[in-house]
Design a protein around this ligand. Structure first.
Ligand SMILES: [Fe+2]
Length: 143
């Protein structure tokens, strides 16, 4: 497994934690595809899954941040955008048979996601957890 879920990554907001777990699953799926030397088309699908799912997850996070008038919202959106742009770049590299597409993506993703969860997302969820209405984000997470 490329990235193993670690208790420290849990932020205490069920929806966000579940979605982060799924993002890590997708990163591991990309690593699995690399190890099994999957054809380019399969790797393309994993990249698309990653792009679609991260867009879905980021939208949820950003909506919650807007609702809470989070002061670091713009910075946070830039960080999400950087992620999506980089994965797009790797998706096209893979399309052009660039051998480094997956390893570049994995390197970037593993650094980015752990740092982002532990610092930026944590910063927001700490504020959210102080709000009495944070319950609304604790409902069964959906993917
Ligand atoms: Fe985030």
């Amino acid at each position: 497994m490329f990235i193993e879920w670690n208790k420290d990554y849990e932020l205490g907001i069920a929806q966000i934690d579940e979605q982060h777990k799924h993002l890590i699953d997708l990163i591991n799926k990309l690593d699995g595809a690399r190890h099994s030397h999957s054809p380019k088309e399969c790797i393309e699908k994993v990249f698309l899954e990653l792009i679609n799912y991260s867009n879905y997850h980021f939208t949820l996070e950003e909506r919650a941040m807007k609702n809470e008038n989070y002061s670091r919202l713009d910075l946070h959106i830039s960080s999400h955008d950087l992620f999506v742009q980089y994965i797009h770049k790797c998706y096209y590299k893979n399309k052009k048979n660039d051998y480094f597409a997956i390893s570049d993506a994995l390197k970037f993703l593993s650094d980015w996601i752990v740092d982002h969860i532990m610092v930026e997302d944590r910063n927001f969820t700490m504020i959210l957890l102080d709000q009495p209405h944070h319950d609304q984000y604790q409902k069964a997470a959906h993917r």
